[in-house]
Ligand binder design. Sequence first.
Ligand code: G3P
Length: 224
Amino acid sequence: MFELYLDTADLGQIARFGASLPVRGITTNPSILAKANSGLAELLPKVAEVLGKEARIHVQVVSESADAMVKEALSLQELPYDIVVKVPATETGLTAIRQMKARNIPVLATAIYSVQQGFLAALCGADYLAPYVNRIDAIGANGVGVVADLQHLLDRHHLASKLLPASFKNTQQVLEVLKAGVASITLPADIAAELFAHPSVEPAVNRFSQDWQAVFGQTLSFES
Ligand code: G3P
């Protein structure tokens, strides 16, 4: 089943989209938590309150050696929440991912900028792969192309990793990765809002109201 995440620790936005959309959980990284000035002890209970205890929360390790990352992941797994451990897909990170998967820890390989790098993370057993679509575009490469090629390789080799593309700056990038067949996505709040904001929608809805009220006034549909 497709998984929709919000790439934010802003509780107001999480509550907003948690009400209007079937949000599976949130993705965070050290920059997002620092921006929200919110540690896990504060954030996790509040997210559970807003999205429900079953919400899945992706949390990135901040340790720098493989052994320390694994220890950090084990501690994260002791928390009473559905936590996926995010690990940068560096050489050190892949070493840690292999050890984490040997311990059945759910893992997302993050900071993916190339197909090759993502493919290696999939071979290491990462449950999710997070290519950074807009950041790839910003360095003159093709973010959507990386996602599409990775999805092709996952399918071709029957690898179980799910693509969870991140880093979006426009809704076209979102559409293109969805068309590539990804199993999940994480959206920043501003892009989630833009997905609703087609300029023709509001005029269409207003026209329905005007037409109705011109004939039926304030009468409700079932009263007409
Ligand atoms: O976790 C990575 C993702 O949040 C990157 O997004 O907008 O910082 O490129 P952005």
